[in-house]
Design a binder for this molecule. Structure first.
Ligand code: NAD
Length: 486
């Protein structure tokens, strides 16, 4: 194996230092696609230092220069779109039909944040006469961005573009399971005109992430990943500015009066796209009892028709799950569900025609699972839908809110009043009404409860990527100054 993926620090790939390497494995073939050099702690330190130096130059640039650089980055991402899409597909088995759309979504993020760079500003605050008080939104300095594996280029662009737009230097660590596209994205940013060293990529597992988060010159941490890791990072990063985008177990509530044909298609896509490895996948189908049997039968029938197979085939809709660890984990949940008395409306293991190679799991719909069971309560992160039934609005809301997570929820009803009432009561950061997973860099997306802290999208993201300075200046000659009387 000749391909070695290396960190990108100070505007160049780190040369071979004889560091430890780990294998990146294609989950469709189980073959090693590259060796990845684990970044050393000294290199993490160098990445932070170079980001701090480059950040000072970046912050001195005009807003127009910063914005046009971000815009150009998007153009270069689009031009390299095919290569980027293939890297992500090899890395995590994301079907190429999905990866192919990701460069455009990345470019949308860089363009949105190019525009937003002009809007990052403070306020002038009216207080006592004779004073001018105003606030300034300053960059934090160096922001550490720690990413999960389920949408490598998308999550990188959606987190890095706002951090840069806010004037920060960045050190990003992709997941050890999806390291392949990050270096190329950083090279393209350099080509677009980013100062060398402003955007660095370090590679490796949680130890590299921990060294980065704990670094004394890192002022902010933007973490996307599991609740367990989020808790560890929150402790390690105490005193820094933190944004956390964590897991979910999102409800998809379907009332009998909904447009059921559309709701069926959306339920299937909403849970099985990216092989179920989406933080806000609609993994809990909460359906009104009067239509439940028919609705679930339809969902199961549609799921069977999904084309599972080689993620590089443009016809494929469902690839393998991203890794052996994930494959074993999902299967454990399915085994436990069966032993607990649950019934599989479809799926429940390896697809019949998948052969023996690759981490394939059939789209699975689980009924009659115990309310407290793992399949109903925990984030599985695979192609698994758990079904629950309700009698009335109150029970639907109760079931939906009965979760430690609060990332997102879907509501399907043609009754406008009910839509708004239910949206009002759901304890989640995002509600989709009569649609599924509409995302855009302009739209806030943050979790309630265990699903996160702060917001990584839209103008709300600026808060987690800047620090707020207040300045009060006395200009009135008669304006008193607080002091002891002479
Ligand atoms: P994970 O928590 O296992 O790992 C995430 C990242 O943290 C990886 O890069 C990992 O190397 C790093 N890491 C691990 N230990 C660390 C430590 N001690 N210090 C610093 N970094 C450390 O999560 P995952 O399995 O990669 O991703 C799946 C999870 O991500 C799911 O829970 C999913 O819901 C969540 N996710 C959330 C969103 C969102 O926007 N809310 C988006 C995508 C994924």
């Amino acid at each position: 194996m000749t391909v070695v993926e290396r960190a990108f620090i100070g505007g160049e790939r780190v040369q071979d230092t004889g560091a430890a390497t780990f294998a990146s494995i294609d989950p469709a073939t189980e073959k090693v696609i590259a060796q990845v050099a684990q970044t050393s702690h000294e290199q993490v330190d160098a990445a932070v230092q170079t980001a701090a130096t480059a950040q000072r130059e970046w912050a001195r640039r005009s807003v127009d220069s910063r914005a046009s650089t971000l815009w150009r980055w998007g153009e270069l991402i689009l031009a390299a779109g095919d290569e980027l899409a293939q890297l992500d597909t090899y890395d995590i088995g994301r079907p190429i039909s999905d990866s192919t759309n990701d460069p455009a979504a990345c470019a949308r993020a860089t363009r949105y944040w190019a525009g937003m760079a002009e809007q990052i500003r403070g306020d002038q605050l009216p207080t006592a006469p004779g004073h001018l008080s105003y606030t300034v939104r300053e960059p934090i300095g160096v922001v550490a961005i720690i990413l999960p594996w389920n949408g490598p280029m998308l999550s990188l662009c959606n987190r890095v573009a706002p951090a840069l737009a806010c004037g920060n230097g960045v050190v990003v660590k992709p997941s050890e399971w999806s390291p392949m596209s990050a270096g190329l994205l950083a090279e393209l940013a350099l080509d677009a005109g980013l100062p060398a060293g402003l955007l660095n990529v370090v590679l490796g597992d949680g130890r590299v992430g921990a060294a980065l988060v704990e670094h004394r010159d890192v002022g902010g941490v933007s973490f996307t990943g599991s609740v367990a890791t989020g808790r560890t990072i929150a402790r390690a990063a105490a005193g820094k500015t933190i944004t956390m985008e964590l897991g979910g177990k999102s409800a998809n509530i379907v009332f009998a009066d909904a447009d059921l044909e559309t709701a069926i298609d959306a339920a299937v896509w909403g849970v099985f796209a990216n092989t179920g490895q989406v933080c806000c996948a609609g993994t809990r189908l909460i359906v009104e009892r009067s239509i439940a049997d028919e609705f679930v039968t339809n969902v199961a029938q549609r799921s069977v028709l999904l084309r599972v197979g080689d993620p590089l085939d443009p016809q494929t809709q469902l690839g393998p799950v991203a890794s052996k660890t994930q494959y074993d984990r999902v299967n454990r949940y399915l085994d436990d569900a069966v032993s607990g008395g649950a019934r599989m409306a479809t799926g429940g293991g390896r697809p019949a025609d998948a052969g023996e190679v690759g981490y394939y799991i059939a789209p699975t719909v689980v009924c009659d699972a115990a309310p407290g069971s793992g399949i109903v309560r925990e984030e599985i992160f695979g192609p698994v839908l758990a079904v629950q039934q309700f009698e009335d609005e109150a029970e639907a809301v109760g079931l939906a809110n009965d979760s430690r997570y609060g990332l997102a929820a879907n509501i399907w009803t043609e009754n406008a009043g009910r839509m708004l009432r239910v949206a009002d009561q759901l304890e989640v950061g995002t509600v989709w009404g009569n649609t599924s997973r509409v995302m855009d860099p302009a739209l806030p997306f943050g979790g309630f409860k265990d699903s996160g802290v702060g917001n990584a999208y839209g103008d709300a993201a600026v808060e987690g990527l800047t620090r707020l300075k207040r300045v009060s200046v006395r200009y009135g000659t008669d304006t008193p100054v607080p002091r002891w009387p002479r």
